[in-house]
Design a protein around this ligand. Structure first.
Ligand code: ADP
Length: 252
């Protein structure tokens, strides 16, 4: 509980900082970007063109980071709906395959009588994609990602009936010191410009906000299993595919 509180406070502080900074930062980047475009229009020699191109790439990285910061800070209100995770994953299959590349084998293992969960579908899709990309990076682009679904009734936990989504990768795993910091905003072991360190803290915030739990098992050199538990819904999920076109977007 203390750990959850510490994490929530950290998220809150970083969220406030982020929303304050990201807007101004974006304006600055806009100015740099339009000036770079003007210089390109003026016509430059090849040496300058190469330097301009790397400046443009840096500006793009900066604006990607700041939009991730904004998304992180904005913390859009959840719109939970009864969802069948088997259907959701089936819909995501080609997206996941593209994100992981063809040297990563994806194994989907769903339960036949899976309960529905009460969850914001878009944000869950983002979380799954985030974790899949981490898995791909941990596997060096080659390996196996197993995604499992099962009904879970945690032993006497107040959370009650839940559905467990597990993702097991055959990647490099994590030593305890990385595992201890994985949910910290901005904690990354990836090369500068590659990781933002916001992925898993967003996943954590989303799962907690959804009334769920997240558990990670990992050992250096032995791969990683992430389990997300989401509360059961007693409502009926929409038929797969039928939600297209009638999804409601909140105003803020
Ligand atoms: P980022 O992906 O930008 O680094 P994350 O918050 O998503 O940020 O992840 C933080 C760190 O946790 C990663 O840099 C990596 O060291 C570690 N990590 C996350 N997922 C995995 C995984 N599946 N296997 C090994 N390490 C992981």
């Amino acid at each position: 509980v203390e750990e959850a509180l510490r994490q929530a406070q950290k998220m809150e502080a970083v969220g406030q900082l982020a929303s304050g900074v990201a807007h101004d930062f974006n304006n600055v980047l806009q100015i740099i970007s339009s000036n770079l475009q003007l210089m390109e229009l003026d016509g430059v020699n090849s040496l300058l063109a190469a330097r301009l191109a790397s400046a443009v790439a840096a500006v793009e990285r900066g604006s990607k980071l700041s939009s991730q910061l904004l998304a992180f800070a904005r913390r859009q209100p959840l719109q939970p709906v009864p969802t069948h995770l088997g259907d959701l994953l089936a819909e995501m299959e080609s997206l996941l395959a593209r994100a992981l590349g063809d040297r990563v084998e994806i194994a989907l293992e769903g339960a036949a009588d899976l309960w529905n969960v009460e969850v914001d579908r878009n944000q869950l899709e983002n979380a799954i994609l985030n974790m899949a990309i981490n898995a791909r990076d941990a596997m060096g682009g080659e390996g196996r990602l197993r995604i499992g679904l099962s009904n879970a009734r945690p032993g006497g936990a107040p959370g009650g009936e839940q559905v467990c989504l597990s993702m097991t990768d055959s990647g490099c795993g994590m030593p305890p010191e990385v595992l201890a910091k994985i949910f910290d905003p901005f904690y990354t072991t990836k090369a500068p410009g590659k990781g933002t360190g916001l992925g898993m803290s967003m996943v954590y915030g989303f799962v907690k906000q959804s009334g769920g739990e997240i558990r990670i098992e990992s050992r250096a050199g032995q791969g990683t299993t992430i389990r997300i538990y989401l509360p059961r819904s007693h409502g009926a999920a929409l038929q797969a595919g039928s939600s297209a076109g009638i999804s409601v977007h909140g105003a803020g």
